[in-house]
Design a protein around this ligand. Sequence first.
Ligand code: ADP
Length: 447
Amino acid sequence: MFQKILIANRGEIALRVLRACKELGIQTVVVHSTADADAMHVRLADESVCIGPPPSRDSYLNIHQIVAACEITGADAVHPGYGFLSENAKFADILAAHNITFIGPTGDHIRIMGDKIEAKRTAKRLGIPVVPGSDGAVTEDKEAKRIAAAIGYPVIIKASAGGGGRGMKVAHSEADLEVALQTARSEAGAAFGDDAVYIEKYLQKPRHIEVQVFGDGAGRGVHFGERDCSLQRRHQKVWEEAPSPALNAEERAHIGGVCARAIADLGYSGAGTIEFLYEDGEFYFIEMNTRLQVEHPVTEAITGIDLVHEQIRVASGGGLSVRQEDIRFHGHAIECRINAEDPRSFTPSPGTITHFHTPGGLGIRVDSGVYSGYKIPPYYDSLIGKLIVHGRNRVECMMRLRRALDEFVVDGIKTTLPLFRDLVGNADIANGDYDIHWLEKYLAEGE
Ligand code: ADP
C-alpha cells in the first residue's frame, strides 16, 4: 500500500480523495494555486505545496511543478481526481518514468479513449454497441454527404479530441452539412489543436446512461451498474441518478456484462465509465472516461462501496476488494450538482459565501469543499458542492431530496439550488420520464 498520496486537484474532489486516504491510513499531500491557499483540502491535508499562480495552466495543469512537489514531499502516488490532468496520458507516462504511481489506467489506455475515433473503434472491436456513423475521421465533404445519407439525417459532427460537451454540431439536412462540418473543424482546431471530426447519427430522444466499470489490470473486469445522466444543459450533466429509471434488471445485467467483459479484454486498470445513449431499448456507445466521475457517489450510495478506496487498492497492486457477485444494488440515489451560478442564466457567481449550512439526516451526503466565509475564486469550475440523497426506492429518495433541498442554505452568492427545488416538484421528473433534451426545453419554457 502507498505511504503518501499527492492529490493533484482542488475543490470537492480533492477533499473526497483526501477522506479516502485518511480512512486507509495514507499520508496526504495537496498541491494548490495561490488562489486556493484557504481551501478546505489544504487545511485538512498533512502537507501542502503551493505550485503556482491562479490560472490552471500555471498551477493545476503544470506537470513539472506537480512532479517536483512529489519529489520534495516523497509522495509515492498521485490521485488526479477528475478534470485537470486526470485524462492526460503524458502526465501518467511522466509519473511512471519517475517511479510515481498514477492512480488510474496506463498512459496508453488513456490515449486510446481520449481520441474519440480510436475509442469508438476499440469499443466496436470489444463487442460494445456503437452509434452508427463514419468509421473514422471524415475529411472530404463528398464522403460526409454519402455517410450522412446512408445513416439518415439528422447527424451530429463531433471532434475526435472533443470533451466537456464542446465541439459538436448537428446537421438536419444536406444543406446544413457543409457549414456544420466547416464550423466543427475550425472550432475543434482552435479548442483542441486537432481538427479531426467524425459523423454519427443524431439520436432524437435518447437518455444518457453510463456504466461504472473497474479493471484490476490483470484481466479481471467488473461493473457497478449504471447511472442515468440525461438531465443536461449544454451537454453538461446537472442531475444524476442510479439506477436509471428507464432500465430493467435484465437490461442492466446485459449491458453491465458487456462492459465488464470489454474491460477485462482490454486489460484495463482502475475506474472507468463507459457512456451510452439509450433509445428504444438499444444502447449506443459514445465515449469512455478513464477516471473517477463527478457523479460517482450515486453508485457508492446504491452499492455501499467506496470507489476511491478501490482505485487506490488497484493502483497499489492489491486488486479489487469485490467480485461481480459481491456487488449488489440497494435502493435509489440522486445527485444534484450545486454550482455557483445564477439558476436561470447560469452565469457564474463567484464571491464570498456569507453563510453555508448543509442538510443532514438519514440518506444524505454532501460533498463540498466550501464553508461559511469562504471566498470562491473566479478562476475555476463553478461546482461548489454535490448533494447526494439515498432512499430505499425512487419515491423515498425524491421525498428526502425535497426536504434536503429545503434545508440547504448558501448565502452571499447565487447557486443552482432553486433550479433543483423546481425540478423535484415536476411531474416528469417524479415519473423519471425525461431524455437528454428535457432540461433545455424546460428551461426555455421558463424564460
Ligand atoms: P463530451 O466528451 O464532450 O462530453 P460526448 O460524446 O460524451 O461528449 O457527448 C456529450 C453529450 O452530447 C451526450 O450526453 C449527449 O447529450 C450529446 N450527444 C453526443 N452524441 C450524440 C448523438 N449521436 N446523438 C444525440 N446526442 C448526442
